[in-house]
Design a protein around this ligand. Structure first.
Ligand SMILES: [Zn+2]
Length: 254
């Protein structure tokens, strides 16, 4: 039965992944996330029902638009698969509980942020705001208003530390070192796992981001690489690996 639920939740996750892609692409452009219906960006062919099935439709179409045969990026099915996996993992770890809902809120918000930051270098305020409100409501259900309040305070502390790091960076490099979106993102991380761990996400993000950034700089000849996707990936890793701050202190003192 557990296996059965896990598979269903994985399939729901792939559907949500497909939706998050649309949200992440359209929200920063100020477009409606419902209309127009999904279409091929090349020939405007409106996707039929079966062409909207995550992953499978990509495989059946051989990675091409059914009308104009324009290649579809493999990033779409990969992203749908990743969302499915993270939804399933949330269920495996927490079962049907309030922690499962909390995990889904975190996963959903961060995945949309990854899409829009990669595409437009924008972290949409709407996603952070709605994500934070849903998270606060879930905390109220889980541990009452004291838990929600402590999450808010942790968010504010993380925001302040990130802001201080940005000011220091601006001073040292004599230019804008970090986008405003990255600082607001830290508020959200602080709400997820408190302020010492939220700061760890910056270090982990730099660690993941450095080799990838060097590769992109070398390959694509661009100078702008968004930091938000690396921060979000680091947060997902910290969240799912369930790292605790005392584990790090223990590791550092030995
Ligand atoms: Zn087409």
């Amino acid at each position: 039965m557990e296996m059965y639920y896990t598979i269903i939740i994985f399939m729901f996750g792939t559907l949500f992944g497909s939706f998050f892609n649309v949200v992440g692409y359209r929200l920063p452009k100020g477009e409606s996330i419902v209309f127009p219906a999904s279409h091929c960006p090349n020939c405007n062919h409106k996707l039929k029902g079966w062409e909207l099935i995550p992953i499978l439709s990509f495989l059946c179409l051989g990675g091409k638009c059914s009308k104009c045969k324009q290649k579809i990026s493999w990033i779409y099915p990969m992203f749908e698969f990743l969302t499915g996996c993270l939804f399933a993992l949330s269920y495996i770890l927490y079962g049907f509980s309030i922690d499962f809902i909390i995990a889904l809120i975190i996963v959903s918000s961060l995945l949309i942020i990854i899409v829009s930051d990669l595409r437009y270098y924008i972290i949409p305020d709407e996603v952070l705001l709605i994500g934070s409100i849903l998270l606060l409501l879930a905390y109220c259900v889980k541990g009452g208003w004291t838990l929600a309040l402590s999450a808010l305070i942790n968010g504010a502390i993380s925001f302040a530390i990130m802001f201080a790091i940005k000011c220091l960076g601006d001073f040292l490099f004599k230019k804008e070192s970090m986008g405003g979106g990255d600082i607001k993102l830290l508020f959200f991380f602080g709400m997820i796992f408190g302020w010492p761990l939220s700061i760890l996400s910056i270090f982990l993000a730099s660690f993941i981001g450095l080799p990838i950034s060097l590769y992109i700089l070398y390959k694509k000849n661009t100078h702008v690489i968004p930091f938000g996707p690396f921060l979000s990936m680091a947060t997902l890793i910290i969240f799912f690996s369930n790292i605790q701050i005392d584990m790090i202190i223990q590791w550092l003192t030995f």
